[in-house]
Structures are given as C-alpha cells and as structure tokens.
Design a protein around this ligand. Structure first.
Ligand SMILES: NC(=O)c1ccc[n+]([C@@H]2O[C@H](COP(=O)([O-])OP(=O)(O)OC[C@H]3O[C@@H](n4cnc5c(N)ncnc54)[C@H](O)[C@@H]3O)[C@@H](O)[C@H]2O)c1
Length: 512
C-alpha cells in the first residue's frame, strides 16, 4: 500500500496547542519513573517530531519518510523559514502536512508524539533530549550527543529513569562494513590490537572575520542560544547556520564534529568501555592569516583547526589528529598507503595490530592490510540506523539500540576531554623543540615524535610561520573515569559543564 494511503489510517488527534504554563515550566515529567512502556506492534503508527531541520535534519526527515508506519507530525526549528521549507517538502511526500513549531517545549506538550529526533546545534542536544525523555518520548540525538561531559551523564540518567530509548547519531554503529571489520579484528584478523589513530584531515576554510553580524529575521536568537550564553554582539560570525561548529560556546570543533564518528569506532574496535585515565592535546587555530594574506586577520572561530590529542587507557591508547588547513599531501608514507593517497581529505580510523592494519575509510567501507600493506580483506555495506532506533522503540528494548546513549557519551567524552586540555593550554604557546621535549615524556603507544613531525610539516606546507604563530600545548590531565572528574585540574573540572541561563538549565545526572 503506498505510504500516502496508509496515512489515512493514522490517528489524527494531533492538534494540542501548548499552554503558556508549559512554556513557563522547563520540566516535562510525564513519563512514569521506571515503569516499562508498552511495546507497539510492528504495524502500529508512530508519530515523530524532527527538531532542527536545516542540514542534518533533512536526512532525519528523509529517513523517517522512508520508514514504515511512521508519520512526521511536527517539525520544530527556531528558524521559521527553515521550518516552513521542510514542512512543505514533508507535506509533498507524506501527503499530510506536519505542524510547524519554533519552541520545542510546545511540541513536547503533545502527548500523541512517540519519538523526537534532534539535529540542532550541539549545545542544545542534551537539554532537548532530556526534556523529550521527561515528556515520555524516545529520542534520537545527533552526535556529539552532548556538548560537555556532565550533559552526557545526565542524558544517560534520563534515559534510564524514564525508561526511554536514546539512540545517538553515530550511524557507523549500524554499518555492516564497520561491524564486520571489528568482528574480524576481535577474531584475531590482525593479531593483537591496542592502538588506534582517528584522523579528521578535512579542509575547513576560515568562517570569516570576527565581527558583529545581523541575525536573519526568521531566526529566534534567544531560543537558538538556549543553554549557551546570550552573546553580545549577538552574531560574531557571518553565517548563522552551521558555522557555530567552530565557536566553542556552541560547537566542539572538528574533534567534536566529525570526530565522534571516529572516536566511537576507535573505542568500539579496541573494546574500551570507559573514559581515558589521562589526556593531553596540542595544536591551534592556525593558518588563516597566511591564507588571507593578512597578518592581522582574526577568524570568527575559536576552536582548534589543528589538534593532536593523546588518550591513555592503561594498556590501550587512542590518538586523534584533526587538520583543517589544506590536507593535500599532508600524510606520511604509511598513512598514504593505508588511506587512498589520491584523495585530499582523509577521515577514518587506523587500527594497528601486531600482524597488520584495519582501516575504516568510509561509513560503508573498511579494508585490512598485512604488515607489508598487502590487502587481506575488504568490508562493504551500510545499515539502517534510524530503522534500528524505530525497532527498539517498538519493542521497548534498549539493548537493541546500535548506539545507546552510553556509547555516545563515552565517545563524545573523548572529544570533550581532548578539547579541555587544548583550551586550558591555549595560552601556552611553545616552540617545536619544547613541544618535542614535552611529548617525549608522554606515555603513548604512538610514536609521538613522528606524529608531531607530520603535524609541523603540514602546517609549514600551509604557510604557517610557527615561530610567529607557535602551537599551544595543553596540560597532561589525569581523569577519574568512574567519578568523571579530573584529579589534577580544578580548571578542567569547570569545563566538564557550563554556566546555563534561566529557563535553559540542563539538569545534572542526579536531578533529571
Ligand atoms: N550523523 C551525521 O553524520 C551528521 C552529519 C551532519 C551533522 N550532524 C549533526 O547534526 C547537528 C546539526 O548539524 P547541521 O549541520 O544540520 O547544523 P545547522 O546549523 O545547519 O542546522 C541546525 C538547525 O537547528 C535549528 N535549531 C537550533 N536550535 C534549535 C532549537 N532549540 N529548536 C529547534 N531548532 C533549533 C537551527 O535553526 C537550524 O535550522 C549537529 O549536531 C551535527 O553534529 C550529524
């Protein structure tokens, strides 16, 4: 039966208008604490609201339109122009128009909604997800699932307390290629594996000069800012959407943007089920003066575009390398052999085994080599991450989720902890020699010196004068994975959460 016809059977009791009292109240505790919700039969209709529908939200919409027995009953976006555009697309395809809202709290008051998918900027992920689960909805939340470590813990607590499904948008978890490559490693395909390197060599141009820019009239900046501070001047970057990724109030740089896919695969492949015990990062936001041929140029972003983070997990280790300048010819011979050296961007994970390598190169492609770089196996195939979420929602079984919130929290945590070391050391500009000395004392399964050489060569190729603009070295942070606190840095602990404002306070794990 075509989807439009099936929709005739959909319940149509959707017209609940939010009350002012709900808007005044930031908590939506409709779900029964710990009570199992009823499972829904495979054919019963589920209603979903997609929240944040500009970029990634478009994919959420496509996936939900393609799912059996799911109706998009609402779209929610603080940009009314974006909401209108998406609602029209949905209406054309679904044969039934969704309601359009700008304030998520109005949507959550509607008891007919079963599921919420969230593709807002990162600073909204946790609060929107917690509100949704408190209101009795299941939540699909984009990566990174939280903007700081405390928010991730709160999301887990909310999912467990309200007995909700909470899937994270790390869709590689559902990819057959990655699943089979990891199984191959677990079965000893490349011998003993204790070290993984995540790469995000991905060109990111300057987002424009720091300034005072106009906010599009269709956007509600108070709602957009939400749990973040309401900045003055309001918009300090030229482009309203997307470029917030590179402003730390809202985003987490590429370590926390592309990174969570790869940090997740690295941790999953190594079988690591906790946070690291120590972390150190170095890098900078470098090269845009050379790129713009203007030594006084100040880019509006304040996250690192060049960052190396080293994570110690006892007998295992992850290193993550982020590069945003031109990445043509930026890898060394080994990485060029493991990745396709003809391509500029190199995004993926390398697992180093005693007998070879496994490389995740694409969402749907992995490859294994022996020590001489002969191909020993290839893995192909994607998966249905949204379908997996919907299935878990129907069966009321979070063990079915390919990317339960706890996995998302641990993997996002890798990004956040790396960034904290970088932020704390931002003013500690050091020469290449000082950096080399410091790294020689850092415990790691990587060759720290070779990674530094590669990073320096990359920056120099991009015209960065490292004497004038040296890299920063962050402190070596010791972390208690159970307590989720640094044991040697009060300043670091401050950055595990943030200052919230007024009606947008994200509760802590003990208060969800
Ligand atoms: N899984 C993936 O492969 C993947 C790919 C791309 C992006 N993402 C993630 O998706 C998220 C969105 O990224 P994007 O590139 O689409 O960003 P974007 O800025 O283009 O879109 C975000 C949208 O959310 C809206 N919004 C902001 N606050 C809102 C709120 N409180 N309520 C409702 N709408 C709100 C904005 O108006 C905008 O339309 C990010 O967290 C990103 O990391 C995931």
């Amino acid at each position: 039966m075509p989807k439009q016809n099936r929709r005739k059977f959909i319940r149509n009791a959707l017209a609940t208008t939010a009350s002012a009292s709900v808007l005044a109240n930031s908590r939506f505790v409709h779900a029964q604490d710990g009570q199992p919700a009823e499972s829904k039969s495979p054919n019963s209709q589920l209603s979903v609201v997609v929240v944040g529908v500009n970029g990634r939200g478009g994919e959420h919409i496509s996936q939900m339109l393609g799912a059996e027995a799911v109706t998009i009953t609402h779209v929610c976006d603080i940009d009314s122009a974006v909401g209108d555009r998406r609602a029209k697309q949905i209406s054309d395809k679904q044969g039934k128009a969704p309601k359009i809202e700008t304030d998520i709290r109005r949507v959550l008051d509607d008891k007919s909604i079963d599921m919420v998918t969230i593709a807002t900027p990162n600073h909204w992920h946790a609060l929107a997800g917690i509100w949704a689960m408190q209101a009795g909805k299941d939540a699909y939340i984009e990566k990174p699932v939280c903007q700081n470590v405390a928010e991730g813990a709160a999301l887990i607590a909310a999912a467990r307390k309200y007995n909700r499904m909470c899937q994270v948008g790390t869709q590689c978890r559902s990819s057959r290629a990655v699943q089979e490559a990891i199984q191959f490693m677990n079965e000893g395909g490349i011998g003993d594996v204790k070290f993984a390197r995540g790469l995000c060599y991905k060109r990111r141009k300057s987002i424009g000069a720091l300034g005072d820019y106009e906010i599009p009239s269709s956007c509600d900046f108070n709602l957009w800012s939400g749990p973040a501070q309401y900045t003055t001047p309001k918009l300090t970057r030229p482009q309203f959407h997307y470029d917030w990724h590179w402003q730390r109030q809202y985003g987490n740089g590429d370590l926390g943007n592309q990174g969570p896919h790869q940090t997740d695969i690295a941790r999953w492949g190594l079988g690591i089920d906790s946070h690291p015990s120590s972390i150190i990062s170095y890098g900078g936001r470098l090269g845009y003066q050379a790129e713009r041929k203007d030594p006084t140029y100040t880019d509006a972003g304040d996250t690192a575009n060049t960052e190396v983070s080293i994570y110690d997990y006892g007998d295992k280790c992850i290193v993550f390398e982020t590069r945003g300048l031109s990445v043509d010819d930026s890898a060394d011979d080994e990485l060029n052999r493991l990745f396709d050296s003809t391509r500029g961007n190199k995004v993926g994970v390398v697992f180093y085994g005693s007998n070879g390598y496994v490389v995740q190169r694409e969402y749907t492609y992995c490859i294994a080599f022996d020590k001489q770089f002969n191909v020993i196996r290839e893995f192909r195939g994607g998966g249905d991450h949204f379908g997996n979420f919907i299935e878990a929602c129907r069966r009321r079984d979070s063990s079915l989720l390919a990317a339960d919130v706890r996995e998302g929290h641990l993997s996002a945590g890798i990004s956040h902890l790396g960034n904290i070391s970088y932020y704390l050391g931002e003013d500690n500009r050091v020469s290449n020699g000082e950096l080399r000395d410091a790294l020689s004392k850092v415990k790691s399964l990587d060759d720290n010196s070779a990674t530094l050489d590669r990073t320096i060569a990359h920056l120099e190729k991009n015209g960065v004068d490292l004497q004038k603009y040296p890299m920063s070295l962050g402190p070596m942070l010791a972390f208690d994975p159970e307590k989720e606190l640094f044991t040697n840095s009060d300043a670091g602990n401050d950055l595990l959460t943030r200052e919230y404002r007024g009606e947008f306070v994200c509760p802590t794990a003990d208060k969800v």
